[in-house]
Design a protein around this ligand. Structure first.
Ligand SMILES: Nc1ncnc2c1ncn2[C@@H]1O[C@H](COP(=O)(O)OP(=O)(O)OP(=O)(O)O)[C@@H](O)[C@H]1O
Length: 361
């Protein structure tokens, strides 16, 4: 399809650096969006999410757009769509994809964004672009930091502070320089009853799955899963056999206990990790810190940015020494005690054996 052929390109004209300065926010007519998307033609469809379908389009001035056609709008008639979109449009950060405009005619509600030619992180990690355009480590680290900065901005600098509520690889789009453009934030007023679609997601924090309440801590959890996905190239949840699925943390943590980082890193990039080994380890450890079950143990997004960007060896050693990364079943002290006991007494060793058998029985 023509619209995908530009994936991995450096820019439309080869001169542009990153995201173009968005032209000012405005209202679009339905006629204009019909013309731009070839009447929402199936061939223009980029994909479909919980909120509706997204179409590629081209405006009369040649600029490329992505149009999100919201479904189930009739439930939300009391919401002033234009006012809500205007609030969204005011949220500006270089790594957030801000809305460029909207259309509200009859039952139709549409959001217009700049088209991101390198599409989403999910398509590069697991989708159609994973073979033809594999993200190297430098790009992955850039994506990790730039997406963390975007979420940290929402949590700590936007007024009022914003919980993203749906951090995942498909909501991290990539611009021409492979910088992250985080999207799909601030929709809670536009789509009030939107918890159901997320409830099965492996990105959802345990407390949010129970309470249905989104929070900054929940975003941190989801970002942790995203980091592990980015560094390993694995999906957030994988099927182990016909009846069992395994979350990515359950797979990564035991490997970290044994310091088998090489097995965690995306095997499709083997060889390259020598140069950036420590940074990749850091991505794994920070990912696990974020994806802890207990929200109070997780870092804030500002701390995540700081950890990911830090060059300090001491800070890295501090991170590595976190108790989370020690196998609770074989702490160093326990094994030393066992060694001493085994050296000194056969009886203890027999007792231990007995105890072990009792435990197994
Ligand atoms: N501005 C854009 N530029 C390029 N592709 C886009 C843009 N916005 C969305 N897409 C693509 O369109 C598809 C659908 O996006 P959408 O945000 O509706 O769903 P999703 O993020 O996959 O799922 P959900 O909304 O349920 O989290 C995705 O594959 C996404 O990568």
């Amino acid at each position: 399809m023509q619209l995908f052929s530009r994936c991995c390109a450096k820019g439309f004209d080869g001169r542009k650096k990153g995201k173009t300065e968005p032209t000012s926010w405005r209202e679009f007519s339905l006629k204009e969006l019909h013309a731009a998307t070839n009447s929402f033609n199936y061939d223009n469809k980029l994909g479909e999410g919980r909120l509706g379908s997204v179409y590629w389009g081209q405006l009369w001035d040649g600029s490329q757009i992505a149009v999100k056609r919201l479904k189930a709008w009739s439930n939300s008639e009391e919401v002033d769509f234009a006012a809500e979109v205007e609030i969204l449009a005011r949220i500006r950060h270089k790594n957030l994809l801000s809305v460029r405009g909207y259309c509200a005619e009859g039952q139709e509600r549409l959001l217009v964004y700049e088209y991101m030619q390198n599409l989403s992180l999910v398509s590069h990690l697991h989708g159609q672009h994973s073979a033809e355009c594999l993200l190297d480590w430098t790009k992955r680290m850039k994506i990790a930091i730039s997406s963390a900065q975007a979420i940290a901005y929402l949590h700590h600098h936007a007024t009022p502070h914003i919980v993203h509520g749906d951090v995942r690889a498909s909501n991290v789009l990539l611009d021409s320089e492979f910088e992250a453009q985080v999207t799909d934030f601030g929709y809670d007023k536009l789509i009030p009853d939107d918890t159901e679609g997320k409830s099965n997601s492996a990105y959802l924090s345990p407390e949010c799955a129970t309470s249905g309440q989104e929070s900054e801590g929940g975003d941190v959890y989801s970002f942790g899963i995203l980091l592990l996905e980015l560094v390993s190239g694995k999906r957030s949840v994988e099927r182990v056999n016909a009846t069992t699925k395994r979350g990515i943390t359950e797979w990564v943590l035991p490997l970290v206990y044994e310091r088998k980082f090489g097995e965690i890193f995306d095997q499709r990039l083997s060889g390259e990790e020598e140069e950036v080994g420590e940074k990749l380890k850091k991505m794994v450890l920070v990912g696990l810190m974020c994806a802890q079950r207990e929200p109070e143990k997780r870092p804030t997004m500002s701390e995540v940015v700081e950890m990911l960007m830090s060059e300090s060896k001491e800070k890295f050693s501090e991170l590595e020494a976190n108790p989370l990364f020690k196998n609770p079943c074989s702490s160093d002290e326990n094994s030393r005690e066992q060694e001493v006991a085994e050296e000194n007494s056969d009886v203890i060793s027999e007792e231990k054996d007995h105890h072990h058998q009792q435990q197994q029985g």
